[in-house]
Design a protein. Structure first.
Length: 420
């Protein structure tokens, strides 16, 4: 059985029309998890994103995309061709009872269909429209399309990834449009707060490029105040030695990697004394580490060759232990270090397990139970609920169009005409 939470839902009184492709799916998922009735409006034949892998048991199929599953849980689905007159008329009727619309079309697309914000707000003055695009609705780039790689490059994120002596690296899993979707959800809820007092809807214009700038809060001020470029540091710390290069922070261990920082100050001294004492207990602490006054040690005035000598000794020690052994030992001794978790580690993490983070959702259509990441936050009075699996293509056509008074006979005619 699916594991579900019972209780009130924060947004249960609201309906969202989700027109997005994969670039905006997360925005609708956030609304759905908070209890809104999110209707995924797909073109006839299904959202093209359903063909994105990976797939359940590697079976390429529109109804088995794990990528689709991840971001469309809790939603309902209808199929509707917005490029037909009948499809537009049906959509306008849906607008009259909707509270939010989310879309990720190219700028001007909805305007060309006669479904831009000005038209939608005439049909429903309270409607809030969220538009998620690569560069926003205005500006010299607004008509350009961009992949996640392009956005992370032009948003400055790529410049921070990788080793300083090599070209930047791409982020392993797409991040730009996830950030944009999050910003879209936050912007819509702020607009909703305004709507509660004024009754007015708004158009939220989200630029994926701009959404990444929030991740650069530690690097932008350096340029603004001193035109200093903070370059990527790879497996080294951004806290610098006298040579301008930080010490190693990622080390190999028996079954993966561990992060450990060489720091100055009182907290750094406690950590360094602790690691050296532990190494000494195992006969792996060299004399040049045992004899140091760590209270007097200052990273910023130390030479890199000296600090790298420390790291070589730490490397030999860490390689003798597993991540679990290191985590327990570091925690017990108050040393600043932690394992670098793999996906398997995260799935089996005792902290997440203790908080009942993971949920099981039955997928009767494939005869399996899928394990999903759980609620992004815990609400005492209005807990997040996982009500149903991601929808099949047009699974709720009869249900939702029936609410509008469209008969089964009419639906068959519309289907034959390519409207639904």
């Amino acid at each position: 059985m699916s594991e579900q939470v019972t209780g009130n839902l924060i947004l249960s009184l609201f309906r969202v029309l989700d027109l997005t492709d994969w670039e905006g799916w997360l925005c609708g998922r956030i609304f759905a998890d908070l209890g809104a009735d999110v209707i995924k409006v797909e073109p006839p034949g299904g959202d093209p994103g359903r063909r994105l892998g990976p797939f359940f048991k590697d079976q390429t199929h529109n109804e088995k995309s794990l990528f689709w599953f991840a971001y469309n849980l809790n939603k309902r689905s209808i199929t509707l061709n917005l490029e037909t007159f009948d499809g537009q008329q049906i959509f306008k009727k849906l607008i009259s009872k909707a509270d939010f619309v989310i879309e990720s079309f190219s700028p001007g697309y909805l305007n060309n269909l006669g479904l831009d914000f000005n038209i939608l707000s005439q049909l429903n003055p309270k409607i809030i429209l969220v538009s998620i695009t690569a560069f926003g609705q205005t500006g010299p780039y607004h008509d350009l399309k961009a992949s996640d790689l392009v956005i992370t490059a032009m948003g400055g994120m790529l410049f921070q990834m990788g080793d300083p002596d090599r070209a930047p690296l791409s982020v392993s899993f797409p991040q730009a449009y996830l950030n944009a979707s999050l910003e879209g959800a936050v912007g819509a809820l702020v607009a909703h707060y305004h709507r509660q007092t004024t009754g007015e809807g708004q158009h939220i214009d989200v630029s994926a490029q701009a959404s990444l700038l929030g991740l650069e809060v530690t690097t932008l001020p350096y340029w603004q105040m001193g035109e200093k470029v903070i370059n990527r540091s790879g497996g080294r710390s951004r806290w610098r030695t006298a040579d301008g290069i930080g010490p190693q922070v990622i080390y190999r261990c028996k079954d993966g990697f561990v992060a450990f920082g060489i720091f100055s100050g009182a907290l750094g001294a406690k950590s360094m004394r602790g690691i050296v004492k532990w190494m000494d207990e195992e006969g792996l602490a060299p004399d040049f580490l045992k004899g140091r006054d760590w209270e007097a040690f200052a990273l910023e005035t130390s030479e890199l060759k000296e600090v790298d000598r420390f790291s070589e000794a730490f490397s030999r020690f860490f390689e003798n232990h597993t991540k679990s052994e290191l985590y327990e030992g570091l925690l017990k001794r108050g040393i600043m270090g932690y394992p670098v978790s793999s996906i398997d580690d995260i799935y089996n993490d005792p902290q997440l397990t203790a908080r009942n983070y993971w949920i099981n959702m039955d997928h009767e259509e494939i005869g399996a139970t899928i394990h999903y990441p759980g609620a992004f936050a815990k609400f005492t009075e209005t807990p997040i609920m996982f009500r149903h699996r991601p929808p099949l293509i047009g699974e709720h056509n009869g249900e939702i169009f029936g609410e509008m008074g469209i008969s089964t006979e009419k639906l068959n005619i519309l289907k034959e005409a390519g409207v639904i």
